[in-house]
Design a protein around this ligand. Structure first.
Ligand SMILES: [Zn+2]
Ligand SMILES: [Zn+2]
Length: 354
């Protein structure tokens, strides 16, 4: 049965919310009734607290825990699922459990705007690191995260939901605001607190947000406005989140070069060969041909200056192109034309330690 088909008039509110979210593709997990922390897992999986450690706890990697396969909600966000049967079973056991939404597995980036007062930083650099702010910010006009966000929106000449585009916006019991966004296709993000700006946190990756409708001892999470859709992360905000270290970029392994460029020239020339070969070997599909042609031209200028042997250069470039996955014939043509053009512009090595 699909999750939403299960809903009846008597379905308790938290389960209703959990099933609706799951039907939209959001992975959910139960929160301890009245709290905003995940329900306690089984004994083996719960370390307890510093004051009251759990003697039955067995240290292990929650990501690979067998409890997930057994359907237990251990390890909080790591247990999150869109499986309606599992969700129904969890909330049958704890009907008053709140709903957590795992950000990363749900493809969400949630901007968490805090509103808990505190000492406002006086240095603009601490309000919004790396953003040029107007010099005339009136004293007392910045009180919490909402004001800091307003400054960022103004600095970017942008708008935020509430204006356009609209997106699901949730008010937290402490008066904070969560803007829910879809991560653009193919992008991954990490959570951070305060990296974007003072009282501006980001829920993404392995962190979670409390779903609207969840009741805690300090109040209820409620939807602001009428919008129930989640918009894609605005481009301007994605840029600022990328700039402040929230974007996860796949680490490209350094390619082990299969040739010995040290035997070709020395010092400056050897370094140039090494750099050009690496640029070709590590080029991404779509840019490989260009990279190869550029490398051939660049090394061709050294051949023209008599510092390298053209035939030898053509050989190692062909190796690098093969490494990058370029078709041989196509590579040979790019190498030939690049070398010929480069040789016509011999590189002057004055000032370079040849
Ligand atoms: Zn467990
Ligand atoms: Zn476990």
């Amino acid at each position: 049965m699909k999750g939403v088909d299960r809903l009846t008039a008597s379905t308790p509110a938290p389960l209703r919310v959990a099933l609706w979210l799951a039907s939209q593709g959001y992975a959910v997990h139960p929160l301890a009734p009245g709290l905003k922390v995940p329900v306690r897992g089984c004994d083996r999986c719960s370390p307890g607290t510093a004051e009251r450690p759990n003697p039955a706890y067995v240290e292990h990697d929650g990501r690979a825990c067998a409890c997930h396969a057994d359907g237990r909600p251990c390890h909080g966000v790591l247990a999150a699922t869109t499986d309606a049967d599992r969700i129904a079973a969890w909330w049958a056991r704890t009907p008053a459990a709140g709903v957590g939404v795992a950000a990363g597995p749900s493809g969400l980036v949630i901007l968490d705007v805090d509103c808990h007062g505190g000492d406002v930083p006086t240095a603009p650099e601490r309000l919004l690191p790396g953003v040029e702010l107007p010099a005339n910010i009136a004293p007392g006009s910045v009180l919490d995260g909402r004001d800091v966000l307003a400054l960022l929106v103004e600095a970017r000449r942008a708008t935020l939901p509430g204006c356009a585009p609209e997106t699901l916006t949730v008010r937290t019991p402490s008066g904070g605001v969560h803007y829910w966004f879809r991560a653009p296709a193919g992008t991954r993000w990490r959570p951070q607190a305060g990296a974007l700006g003072w009282q501006l946190d980001v829920r993404a990756g392995s962190s979670y947000a409390v779903a609207p409708g969840t009741v805690t001892r300090s109040g209820t999470y409620t939807v602001l406005g009428d919008c129930r859709m989640v918009a894609e992360l605005p481009v301007w905000l994605a840029r600022d989140l990328d700039r402040t270290g929230h974007r996860v970029r796949p680490e490209r392994p350094r390619v082990t070069l299969p040739w010995r460029s040290r035997s070709m020239g020395s010092g400056y020339v050897a370094a140039a060969v090494e750099a050009e070969l690496r640029a070709v070997a590590e080029a991404q599909p779509g840019t490989r041909n260009d990279a190869l042609n550029r490398a051939a031209f660049s090394l061709g200028t050294l051949c023209g200056a008599g510092r390298l042997d053209g035939a030898q250069v053509a050989d190692v470039l062909a190796d690098a192109a093969r490494h990058a996955g370029l078709p041989e014939r196509e590579a040979a043509a790019a190498i030939r034309s690049g070398l010929v053009a480069g040789e016509r512009h011999p590189r002057t090595l004055a000032g370079a330690a040849a």
